[in-house]
Design a protein around this ligand. Structure first.
Ligand code: HSE
Length: 446
């Protein structure tokens, strides 16, 4: 092996270009840290670019680049789940280590890809797939390896957090802020992935697997986006001391007489206390709060999207792999210092703990109920909640005598979702109720 590490970058969008810039900017640092020259030998791109170093081969045949003898590590930043999967499988088959930022691909096909990589004694590194530049995969796979993780909660989509922050702080319209997030290179190629929570659900599936040692199960993540959040609810939440954030939760439930044992995987807007650190993570920043035993709560925060942040995570993986390639026998994963299993747990030890269905999950709630200003309305609503065993934590109602109808805002303590569904059904049947009940989940993060 020559002293140089040869990289191929497949895809020259925001992230691919960011990786090239990072390598150009920090070449000396990379060499001083790794003891090797790190050079890009090939890029896989459908469109020839004249702003690329002429020493770098530009190849429109991405499969050829993925298998090229001129390449040690393949960086996949094409995105999507079709061509990206083909090139990664081809690279693995040809003995290449892979670095990818592709959360959609890993969330949907990671079980197959990681097994294939293990079979071929190569690594598929994916720090850049979750929370941009925050080294959360390394933290959870390595730094927290001695802990039992009870739950984690995270702001794991930069675009969504940027939109929610700008709407709340500046009253800007949703569409304007989304267009800006696209210009800044934060949003997915299809931004509905960001605003409907799908991107966050991809990342949550990965985080949950390495937290609990379960196979990837993206199809079981309950997912709600931010498109239904109104400024009215944002303001009522603030008035009650809460802030609405779009969060992903992975929670281990031990179960008791009333609730089932299993794992909750859910992405949804959530009221959290205004003074919680997560409530103050704004703009494109992501943050992941991990509650583990015996460590307790730790919070990891940083830019969750954008060229620089993502390139930083891609190259951190490359630096790890440089050490793997530098070991005496890169096929012997026990000697190379980079032998953490892909999902942190030994594949044979992955557990079949069930993922709970939405109606089995437990959260607090914010309810906005529209009712006529008649005597006894509030009593009817609170009776239905108390009959369902739902504990009310706060109620807010503005004077209604001028308009005849006004929302009643109710905050509840945690309740099993099926109980809340039944209670809401009954409330909506009251003839004093004028509209559907708006519900947003609430979590004290304690
Ligand atoms: N679209 C993603 C986000 C990019 O906004 O978080 C980083 O994964």
């Amino acid at each position: 092996m020559s002293n140089s590490i040869k990289l191929a970058i497949l895809g020259l969008g925001t992230v691919g270009t960011g990786v090239i810039n990072l390598i150009n900017d920090n070449l000396d640092e990379l060499k001083r840290r790794s003891g090797r020259d790190i050079i890009i030998t090939e890029v896989g791109t459908r469109r020839q670019r004249d702003d690329i170093d002429p020493n770098i081969i530009q190849n429109s045949d991405l499969m050829a680049t993925a298998a090229s003898d001129n390449v040690d590590i393949v960086i996949e930043v094409i995105g999507g789940t079709t061509l990206a999967k083909d090139v990664i499988m081809h690279a693995i088959k040809n003995g290449k280590h892979v670095v990818t930022a592709n959360k959609a691909l890993l969330a949907e096909h990671g079980n197959e890809i990681f097994a294939f990589a293990e079979q071929h004694n190569v690594h598929v590194a994916y720090e850049a797939a979750v929370a941009g530049g925050i080294p959360i995969i390394k933290v959870m796979r390595e730094a927290l390896a001695a802990n039992k993780i009870d739950w984690l909660a995270g702001i794991i989509n930069g675009t969504g957090n940027f939109i929610m922050t700008e709407m709340r702080d500046k009253g800007r319209p949703f569409a304007d802020v989304l267009a800006e997030a696209q210009e800044l290179g934060y949003a997915e190629a299809d931004p509905t992935f960001d605003v409907e929570g799908i991107d966050a659900a991809h990342k949550l599936a990965l985080l949950a697997s390495i937290a609990f040692g379960i196979p990837l199960q993206f199809d079981k993540v309950y997912c709600e986006g931010i498109t239904g959040i109104t400024l009215q609810d944002v303001n009522y939440a603030e008035e009650l001391g809460y802030r609405i954030k779009h969060l992903g939760f992975a929670v281990r439930r031990e179960g008791d007489g009333a609730s089932a044992a299993g794992i909750e995987l859910r992405v949804h807007p959530t009221l959290i206390p205004q003074d919680a650190l997560l409530a103050n993570v704004n703009g494109v920043k992501n943050a992941v709060l991990v509650n583990s035993h015996p460590l307790g709560q730790t919070l990891y925060c940083g830019d969750g999207a954008g060229a620089g942040a993502t390139a930083s995570a891609v190259m951190a993986d490359v630096m790890d792999l440089v050490r793997v390639l530098g070991s005496k026998d890169s096929n012997d994963q026990s000697t190379n210092g980079h032998h953490v299993p892909h999902l942190a747990f030994i594949p044979e030890q992955l557990s079949d703990t069930p993922i709970l269905r939405a109606e089995q999950m437990t959260t607090g709630y914010y309810l906005r109920v529209h009712a006529h200003d008649n005597p006894g309305v509030l009593a009817d609503i609170t009776r239905i909640l108390s009959d369902a065993g739902i504990n009310i934590d706060a109620i807010l109602q503005k004077p209604a005598h001028k308009v005849g109808e006004v929302p009643v805002i109710i905050l509840t303590l945690p309740v099993i979702e099926s109980q809340m569904n039944l209670a809401i059904e009954k409330i909506e049947k009251l003839n004093t109720i004028t509209d559907k009940v708006v519900r947003i989940r609430l979590d004290e993060l304690a």
